[in-house]
Design a protein around this ligand. Structure first.
Ligand code: EPU
Length: 451
């Protein structure tokens, strides 16, 4: 732990330009989809982050040859020799990511059985997988829970089904998609998640030969096909990373251009960013013309000077305000005049990180009630899932320990915004989802160093 520390000299506005690549929460799923093809797939703009390494490792164990393509960030997947892996080998990846649960459907289709290790991911609540298992059973899979992990089989094959999710879970919707595309017959999924990353996964599967209709009102209909082939795909950019840098620009009173950021996927964030007093400009991509170089577009975010204004917001499934945008933005809200209210409705325990902000001088109170919005699933269940942020507060330096990925980035932003020198421990966790974040910090003029 002691070598995994970043010393942050705060108080300098972040200024400059960085680039985001393919969305972590699409890329990892597109990699799993490659298992379903009977020919190679090619994915571009893959960020070098820990979750990608975990999925690459698991694919490799199952006989998928993964190689680097010609372009930086290009991966090629050859699923010609898909094979079983031993539970010991798979268990090396236990606790490292939540993506392994999505291997169920593809492995059942390719091998007739699957072993899934204990899952990892961020500690932001219990994160059950009951919807996933319920859906897999609906398709005809049998699930055997053992102390070492989950053993699944499909003795009578996988068959299309009609299924409604109790909540529009991103992962469970992906589970259904990755299973239904090659299940026999038609699947109708109701109350599905429709995040841009899901739509992009549907695009990947469609390129592979799947037949998927997205109806209104969260209904997705999938007509199973017996065979899928490989895909070539450039993923949507990482809208969580883009918003994280935007929040960092606002909290440090800086100016950051995020190349690659896509307005359409970030509309809700942009509305909130503007309503608290941040400014942004969408810059278009221009192809090269004779005598003129091209220009990559993105979004420039900046603090226009003066004071930020408090706001009330509620995290929600798409098209709502993403739960992963919440932690970075709250740091900026500590600098806004008045009382801001944040109601977290996606995860029951995603406000624990506010204690660290309070230790730096912020004034944030957390409540069990559903504040400022509609009652949610957590209102009567004793979870502190609403926050009131009184600002502006002058942040001072502190020693911080990173609890999870997004909260970790918010700690980092707080340290950058604070006066004085902070020590941020456990920063390696940030590499799970932010490519080259230390190099990007350097590009933005942050005063950070490894001791
Ligand atoms: N849920 C259940 N049972 C299930 C599945 C989910 O009760 O079987 C509940 C969860 O406990 C949670 C809610 O449903 O309260 C939503 O969870 P969801 O399944 O949508 O989340 P996920 O698929 O596990 C993905 C992202 C998260 C992101 C959420 C919401 C990946 C790898 N992770 O998680 O991203 O916060 O969707 O958008 O795609 C991150 O990137 O840091 C991250 C945590």
């Amino acid at each position: 732990m002691t070598d995994d520390v970043l010393v942050v000299h705060g108080g300098t506005p972040l200024q400059g330009r960085i680039r985001v690549r393919g969305a972590k929460n699409l890329v990892s799923k597109a990699m799993v989809a490659a298992l379903l093809g009977d020919s190679p797939s090619r994915l571009f703009d893959v960020p070098k982050i820990r979750d990608v390494e975990v999925v690459r490792g698991l694919l490799g164990l199952h006989g998928v040859k993964v190689t680097d393509g010609d372009e930086d960030g290009e991966l090629v997947f050859d699923p010609a020799n898909v094979e079983s892996a031993s539970t010991d080998q798979i268990n090396v990846h236990a606790g490292s990511s939540r993506i392994p649960i999505l291997f169920c459907g593809p492995l059942l289709h390719r091998l007739g059985h699957a072993f899934i290790p204990d899952l990892g991911g961020c500690h932001i609540g219990p994160r059950p997988i009951d919807f996933h298992l319920q859906a897999l059973r609906e398709f005809g899979a049998t699930v055997d829970k053992t102390p070492e992990g989950l053993h699944l089989s499909a003795p009578n094959g996988l068959h299309g089904t009609k299924f409604a999710l109790p909540y529009p879970s991103v992962g469970a919707t992906e589970q259904v998609l990755l299973t239904a595309v090659m299940a026999e017959g038609v699947t109708e999924l109701r109350n599905a998640a429709v995040e841009p990353e899901i739509i992009d996964l549907i695009c990947v599967l469609q390129k592979m030969g799947a037949i998927i209709k997205v109806h209104t009102d969260r209904v997705i209909e999938i007509q199973g096909v017996p065979k899928l082939h490989g895909y070539t795909h450039r993923p949507i950019p990482d809208r969580i990373e883009a918003a994280s840098w935007a929040a960092a620009a606002l909290a440090t009173r800086g100016h950051v251009e995020v190349l690659g950021a896509e307005q359409a996927d970030m509309m809700t964030f942009l509305n909130v960013f503007r309503s608290v007093g941040g400014e942004y400009e969408v810059t278009d991509t221009r192809p090269p013309r004779p005598g003129q170089p091209g220009q990559e577009g993105g979004i420039r975010f900046w603090h226009p000077g003066g004071e930020l204004q408090a706001t009330a917001l509620e995290t929600d499934v798409h098209p709502g305000f993403m739960t992963d945008w919440q932690q970075p933005l709250v740091v900026a809200l500590t600098q806004a005049r008045g009382l801001s209210i944040v109601h977290e409705t996606v995860y029951e325990q995603r406000l624990g990180y506010t204690e660290a902000l309070n230790s730096m001088g912020a004034n944030i109170q957390v409540y069990r009630d559903c504040l400022g919005g509609t009652p949610c699933r957590f209102g009567r269940r004793n979870f502190k899932h609403s926050a009131v942020i009184a600002g502006p507060s002058k942040l001072h330096a502190a020693d911080l320990v990173i609890p999870d990925l997004r909260a970790g980035f918010s700690h980092l932003i707080a340290a950058l915004a604070a006066e004085g020198t902070s020590r941020v421990y456990g920063v390696d966790l940030i590499n799970r989802g932010y490519e080259d974040f230390e190099a990007k910090l350097a590009d933005l003029g942050a005063q950070v160093e490894r001791p």
